[in-house]
Write a protein that binds this ligand. Structure first.
Ligand code: NAD
Ligand code: LMR
Length: 328
């Protein structure tokens, strides 16, 4: 039997937590032979802690053979203790009349505290995925608050956008999702993101050529993927949860177990590739092997793509300057 992997999940009693924890415990994220210990963080309020206790009772009632232990807590230093994987899902939701800037500030406080706790107690190899919005900037804040951990260990979730784009493309081209390769979503997890299928292939042939219709790309596909989160909120009255949890599982699964040469999108601290300033938490095409991701380099960037990539970069830089004073 393998040694258990410690997986910390914040916001564990929330909607995404409820779709996520059971799949992690059943082995869908790290493999059907990999035991896990779930270390779950919730707010100290009794309502949140009671809900967490309920989730833990349900996890117990599943009798998952791979669930080697559970911790439920309101203390980040307990939740992140020796964590090998940390899924930062819990965040302050946008309330009525709240501006994006207010949301940014509230979350900046949360992710500063959590970054510091990770820095202090997590495994030095911890793989961190930030799901809570604004995901890229929250990941940036956590990374900056954890100076003793490698910056490359901090990532933001663009995988839901990648998966959304895959399904739209498969539908348009009349092909199977599984047959599409080499897709990327550049930039921020926000409506400014740039889903880009210029390099995508189906059975080795160009997907762009197969679709042919550039006005569909610009007028339908890009806005539809960018605004999909809002469309789900409009339809459900709640933000996406099962698909978000699914994307988090895909992200960590591929990072840990590899992509076999296939491209996936991860929000990662830029190394300067494609002219994106270093450390900006930006969606890039990557491949993963042996627990490390590598940016797909040297893709040609045409004028339209550069404009789109700069637009989403400008938003990230604005968010970053909005929280700079908190990061010292
Ligand atoms: P939710 O409100 O149902 O659950 C969030 C949970 O986090 C709550 O139980 C809350 O008590 C808890 N929480 C809040 N602050 C916390 C803190 N400081 N420490 C620990 N727990 C805390 O929300 P949800 O639907 O699960 O969504 C969670 C976040 O994920 C939101 O920010 C949402 O916008 C975001 N999201 C991101 C993506 C993405 O693709 N990146 C997709 C969907 C949702
Ligand atoms: C999503 O993409 O579904 C989430 O980030 C929710 C949102 O606010 O768009």
């Amino acid at each position: 039997m393998k040694k258990p992997v410690r997986v910390a999940v914040t916001g564990a009693a929330g909607q995404i937590g409820y779709s996520l924890l059971f799949r992690i415990a059943s082995g869908e994220m790290l493999g059907k032979d990999q035991p896990v210990i779930l270390q779950m963080l919730e707010l100290p309020m009794e309502k949140a802690q009671a809900a967490l206790r309920g989730v833990m009772m349900e996890l117990e009632d599943c009798a998952f053979p791979l669930l080697a232990g559970m911790v439920g807590t309101d203390d980040p230093e307990v939740a992140f203790k020796d964590a090998d994987v940390a899924l930062l899902v819990g965040a302050m939701p946008r309330g009525p009349g709240m501006e994006r800037k207010d949301l940014l500030m509230k979350n900046a406080e949360i992710f500063t505290v959590q970054g510091k706790a990770l820095n202090k107690v997590a495994s030095r190899n911890v793989k961190v995925l930030v799901v809570g919005n604004p995901a890229n900037t929250n990941a940036y804040i956590a990374m900056k608050s954890a100076p003793d951990l490698p910056a490359k260990n901090f990532t933001a979730m663009l995988r839901l956008d990648h998966n959304r784009a895959l399904s739209q493309l498969a539908g348009k081209a009349g092909v199977a999702v599984a047959d599409i390769e080499k897709l990327v979503v550049w930039g921020n997890h926000s409506p400014t993101m740039y889903p880009d299928y210029r390099f995508a292939t189906v059975g080795g042939a160009s997907l762009k050529d197969k679709i042919g219709d550039e006005s569909w790309n610009r007028e339908t596909f890009i806005p539809k993927v960018g605004k999909r989160g809002a469309a789900i909120i409009e339809a459900r009255g709640l933000s996406s949860a099962a698909s978000a949890a699914n994307a988090a599982i895909d992200h960590i699964h591929d990072w840990v177990l590899g992509t076999d040469g296939k491209w996936v999108t991860m929000g990662i601290p830029s190394d300067g590739s494609y002219g994106i300033p270093e450390t900006v938490m930006y969606g890039y095409p990557v491949t993963c092997e042996n627990g490390e991701y590598t940016i797909v380099k040297d893709l040609p960037i045409d004028d339209y793509s550069r404009e789109m990539m700069n637009k989403t970069l400008a938003e990230l830089e604005e968010e970053r300057s909005g929280v700079a004073h908190l990061l010292g």
